[in-house]
Design a protein. Structure first.
Length: 275
């Protein structure tokens, strides 16, 4: 065997690292219960999980919109210009037109008028944006989502945090968006994306399956399928749903106190075998 083939490759640098993240809103139940994840540079990380499991809370903590109670989040870059964030609650001023929204955000990020117009044309061709004079208030939810995505990408950030960009969109447009995200990651961008459409996440380099505030398993989609003997990610998720999450929390605590295994998939196997 060629010697090079057995040399371990140095791990690609992490763009985002979350370690033992805990979050509770006021006196409510704990929403994040020790989440750890690593998003490597130039990859797409798909965060999957049912409604209410804590995906948005985690993204909000990563972008600094929400403060963690405990834990650490490291971003490769702390410069706000390097981050493009598309929130789930679209937050576009309903009284502005599409064009004004572009100018508003473009100007914040120091882009010239010509650059902003050229970016509008670029995203219009890509995502079929609404006519530029239309008011946000008069757009459908799907149209607003496309504008919001384009605005998050407008300043060409290196880290993209996208909270359900494809919800409510037709499959052709969703496909276009995923293709564009793949191109962006090949060009050097790092992307964290949440989606309810589990099979879409096959296009991510890494998938994290989340439930009740914890990541149950995390690996490349093909590895997850192989590891759990499933043909779809949905089946993997269903298999993971039988796991008693309190046991995962115990195992996570062991990990955060220094125990290391090679991958979180191993961690889950270890867990399933021990239950
Ligand atoms: N600002 C807040 N104040 C109090 N509770 C909150 C707040 N934001 C979220 N929660 C609660 O935290 C839990 C997780 O919500 P979160 O939005 O993070 O889940 P999610 O996985 O993104 O759900 P969805 O897929 O439906 O968007 C829910 O029980 C929600 O009610």
């Amino acid at each position: 065997m060629c010697r090079d083939a057995i040399q371990p490759h140095p791990p690609p640098l992490a763009s985002v690292e979350v370690r033992s993240a805990f979050k509770r809103y006021n006196k409510s139940a704990m929403v994040l219960k020790g989440v750890s994840l690593t998003v490597r540079r130039n990859t797409i990380y798909g965060l999957l999980g049912p409604s209410g499991c804590g995906k948005t809370t985690l993204l909000n903590c990563i972008v600094g919109r929400t403060k963690l109670d405990n834990g650490v989040i490291n971003l490769e870059s702390n410069v706000i210009d390097d981050i493009g964030y598309m929130p789930q609650d679209l937050c576009l001023d309903p009284l502005l037109s599409v064009e004004e929204i572009f100018f508003y955000f473009g100007t914040i990020f120091g882009r010239s008028r010509n650059e902003i117009i050229s970016r509008y044309k670029y995203f219009n061709a890509l995502f079929d944006l609404p006519e530029r004079k239309m008011l946000i208030n008069n757009l459908s939810g799907g149209q607003q989502r496309r504008v919001s995505l384009a605005v998050a990408l407008l300043h060409n950030p290196t880290l993209l945090i996208l909270d359900e960009p494809t919800v409510g969109l037709d499959p052709i447009l969703s496909e276009k968006i995923w293709l564009h995200l793949s191109d962006l990651s090949s060009e050097g961008k790092t992307i964290i994306i949440t989606t309810h459409y589990i099979e879409e996440a096959r296009r991510a380099h890494t998938v994290g399956m989340m439930r009740s505030g914890i990541i149950l398993s995390e690996d490349a989609p093909d590895n997850l399928l192989k590891c759990y003997g499933c043909s779809t990610l949905e089946d993997v998720f269903l298999k993971l749903c039988v796991i008693d999450t309190s046991k995962v929390i115990q195992v996570n605590n062991l990990f955060s106190s220094g125990l290391e295994l090679r991958s979180s998939t191993c961690k889950i196997y270890f867990l399933m075998l021990s239950t």
